[in-house]
Design a protein around this ligand. Structure first.
Ligand code: GTP
Ligand code: SPV
Ligand code: MN
Length: 592
């Protein structure tokens, strides 16, 4: 087996592990990546020759490439994702579990000789800013150039990561292989006790870019639980007021529920004119830890966006659109005749024809969508016009408010503030959302998705809730906790709230509440803005619409609280007593 070193591998633990995995997978050669521009060019060139990626119009989209994944491999597969702890109970009732020994054997069978005729790339990467005490180093092995090219956008990769690792053997071992992309031989297995991830049979997003959901959330949440920090499915955004002060908010919404959009929000004109600005720190994942000043601090472990393309337009998310004009990888969107790209919900008329996400000729009359609903762009955060100067700060940013949210046509008001940290944890733990195309399976079904982490927890959900309670007592000035819902509808199914940039109005109320200023009415579920508390200058909403948006319907909430009990049953004995106590007290509030 040939080994190509573009970096010098002095770390013995790394070299030994790579050798063992190469022995298993039998690639023709092993290539250690350095993360350089030259390497990117070389790999892109190779992937173009095999058709793994296609070149887009280099005049209009410089540095951009296109990838079409296997049509059976276009979203995360939650039913094929496993937490492999020695004790089944440690994975908890919300995760699929496999015995580690069985999982290693089963996957080794699939990995065995699977890279014959292929190259194995070894990618050292950091999740988190270089030099941050919160950062973690991983080594990913993969037989997909598409994955390497994505990892170099999404993470700090190559030399910089090996330098940070030094001679330490503390790194997450991430083995990834496409094998034959057979869904019956697809498994995404996490071994938190061994700091190891094995993923086989998929080349898509969260299944294959192992630094993202696998390391930064599943392994991360497990490490956070043992080490006293938190790994969360949260965006991080900074709001600058006209006085030039910036406050940071972290918000957890399930997949395809608006994190990227909120993270890159463009203020509506009336607020822009007053001097409000919005800064993007992260759009998907936050690692949070108590700071020495008694506040909670957050870093974004990623260096890029793996964002949902459909629905991205100059109206909904102009910052995203500006970010993806160069050096971007487009996956499963529609490729136009002129070598540019299109998706449903983009500006202007649909193109007269193109090649759709399945590789078929497409016209607006086609039954099939042009872009897959979970089509994505991969782009460096540094290209975002609203990128925060703090995104690379090893210390992170202090968090003033935590926001939970989901897609709820009914029940949940536009915004409400929890009564205190513990009640806020309850709000997060019992949140629910309608399912989306980010994972395979039915779309539009309401499911409980605690803290938007249901598919991303690396341990028992009950212990996770307790960890949240404990973190609150570790932080002297914990952030206030809120819940938002941009997706409430009227009788005809239309969204009541205009959303997108207008969401800043809600964030401003949230920040006012953090400073004990904004006006709120107490309801049994917490504080909602008074009718006049939200700044609605320049948008046309009637008083009746605002009332509907903020309404807390007693009957709906009684039903909602009753259904929480079903969820508690699922969590079982590990459910913290405090959750039941808060449930009892909320139920009481609704007795009258
Ligand atoms: P993941 O990357 O899967 O974690 O998704 P995300 O949470 O980052 O969601 P994203 O911002 O990409 O938005 C997903 C979909 O929700 C897109 O189709 C958006 O257009 C839509 N969306 C986002 N914000 C709003 C909003 O405020 N109102 C409405 N109605 N739709 C929104
Ligand atoms: C999500 O599904 O929450 C994503 C996309 O951010 S993936 O990387 O595929 O998990
Ligand atoms: Mn996500």
């Amino acid at each position: 087996m040939k080994v190509e070193n573009h970096v010098s591998i002095e770390n013995k633990a790394v070299a030994k592990w790579v050798e063992e995995m190469a022995e298993l997978c039998q690639p023709d050669q092993v290539v250690y990546c350095d993360g350089s521009e030259k390497e990117k060019e070389r790999l892109t060139h190779q992937a173009l020759t095999t058709g793994e990626v296609e070149l887009l119009n280099q005049e209009k989209l410089p540095g951009c490439i296109y990838h079409r994944s296997n049509p059976n491999d276009v979203a995360r597969t939650e039913h094929l994702t496993f937490i492999c702890t020695r004790k089944k109970d440690d994975a908890g009732p919300t995760n699929n579990w496999m015995d580690p020994k069985e999982a290693y054997e089963k996957l080794a069978d699939i990995f065995k000789d699977s890279m014959k005729g292929r190259t194995m790339y070894a990618i050292a990467f950091i999740m988190g800013p270089a030099g941050s005490p919160l950062s973690k180093v991983g080594i990913q092995l993969t037989d997909s150039i598409y994955v390497v090219l994505n990892m170099r956008i999404m993470t700090r990769m190559g030399q910089v990561a090996l330098k940070q690792l030094g001679s330490s053997d503390h790194f997450t071992k991430c083995l990834h292989g496409k094998a034959d992309l057979n869904i019956d031989r697809r498994f995404i297995c996490h071994f938190p006790e061994d700091n190891t991830i094995w993923s086989v049979g998929s080349g898509y997003g969260g299944n294959a870019l192992l630094g993202k959901k696998c390391l930064a959330l599943r392994i991360g949440s497990y490490l956070g639980h043992t080490q006293g920090w938190m790994a969360e499915h949260m965006l991080i955004v900074g709001i600058e007021n006209p006085q030039g002060e910036i406050r940071y908010i972290a918000a957890a919404f399930p997949s395809q529920c608006g994190k990227t959009n909120l993270a890159m929000l463009v203020p509506p004109d009336v607020l822009k004119k007053k001097g409000y600005k919005v800064w993007t720190v992260g759009d998907d994942i936050a690692w949070l830890q108590p700071g020495p000043d008694g506040r909670l601090w957050a870093v974004n472990p990623e260096a890029g966006f793996f964002g949902v393309a459909p629905g991205t337009s100059s109206k909904s998310n102009p910052n995203a659109l500006a970010t993806i004009q160069r050096n971007t990888i487009f996956t499963n969107v529609l490729k136009k005749q002129d070598g540019t790209v299109w998706w449903e919900g983009m500006d202007g008329e649909p193109p007269a024809e193109g090649i759709n996400w399945k590789g078929e000729h497409w016209t607006p009359a086609s039954k099939e969508k042009g872009a897959h609903p979970n089509a994505r762009f991969t782009a460096p955060i540094s290209q975002c016009p609203s990128v925060s100067s703090e995104y690379d700060n090893p210390k992170g940013v202090p968090i003033s408010a935590i926001v939970f949210g989901g897609r709820r046509a009914r029940v949940a008001p536009l915004v409400y503030e929890s009564m205190n940290w513990d009640h806020g944890v309850y709000v997060g733990a019992t949140m629910a959302s309608e399912t989306t195309a980010a994972a395979t399976g039915q779309v539009g079904v309401v499911r409980r998705d605690p803290m938007a982490m249901l598919p991303f927890l690396g341990y028992h959900a009950g212990d996770y809730f307790q960890h949240w309670f404990n973190m609150g007592s570790k932080v002297k000035n914990p952030p206030k906790i809120f819940h938002v819902n941009w997706f409430r509808t009227d009788e005809s199914g239309k969204y009541l709230w205009p959303g997108f940039g207008e969401n800043l109005r809600v964030l401003l109320w949230i920040l006012e509440r953090c400073e004990k200023k904004g006006k709120g009415t107490q309801t049994p579920i917490g504080f909602v803005p008074t009718q006049d508390a939200l700044n609605l200058e320049g948008i046309s909403l009637t008083g009746a619409q605002v009332e509907k948006l903020l309404h807390v319907d007693k009957n709906e909430w009684r039903e909602e609280l009753a259904s929480h009990v079903e969820f508690f049953k699922k969590i079982g004995e590990c459910l913290p007593k405090k959750i039941r106590e808060i449930h009892a007290s909320l139920t009481n509030h609704f007795q009258s």
